[in-house]
Design a protein around this ligand. Structure first.
Ligand code: FES
Length: 160
């Protein structure tokens, strides 16, 4: 963690009556800083919290929202909840896997896109729902996804 986040982590620990309650917010700080939770940061977090690395690992293995590997520049998360499945989420995933040449939770070789299937993102009324870099996209279609992929590729090509 950088110095700023270390200071934030100390501040978070002070906020909770039980020190261990700060673990998840601190892991979010690490994920924000690195884009995932690098193995060496597990020890750093454990030291800051005063717990063992095994304890931090146990929390990380329970909460699938944390990434243990770097993700692509664009993290595309397709909801696989029931409402979204009924409204065609599987078709969206299939489209992405084929277009990008990746499997579920895979990242393209150029490191641009990661595609994940995630649990309900609470947009059931506007299913199927997708999150891209944690922004919500309700009522998603293959056409809209294609438009997003084209735009993202163009931005990278033009250096934007
Ligand atoms: S099931 Fe997809 S948003 Fe709830």
């Amino acid at each position: 963690m950088n110095a700023e986040n270390l200071a934030k982590a100390q501040e978070l620990i002070q906020r909770f009556p039980q020190k261990s309650s700060a673990l998840i917010p601190i892991l979010h700080l690490v994920e924000e800083e690195f884009g995932y939770i690098p193995q060496e940061e597990v020890g750093v977090v454990a030291d800051v919290m005063g717990v063992t690395s095994a304890y931090v690992e146990s929390v990380l293995s329970f909460y699938t929202l944390f990434h243990r590997q770097p993700t692509g520049k664009y993290l595309i998360q397709v909801c696989r909840g029931l409402s979204c499945q009924l409204m065609g989420a599987d078709e969206l995933s299939k489209f992405l896997y084929e277009d990008l040449g990746v499997e579920r939770n895979g990242t393209t070789e150029d490191g641009m896109f990661t595609v994940e299937a995630v649990e309900c993102v609470a947009l059931c009324k506007n299913a199927p729902a997708v999150q891209i870099n944690l922004e919500f996209y309700p009522n998603m279609t293959k056409e809209k996804l294609q438009g997003f992929l084209d735009k993202a590729r163009e931005e990278v090509r033009s250096g934007a």
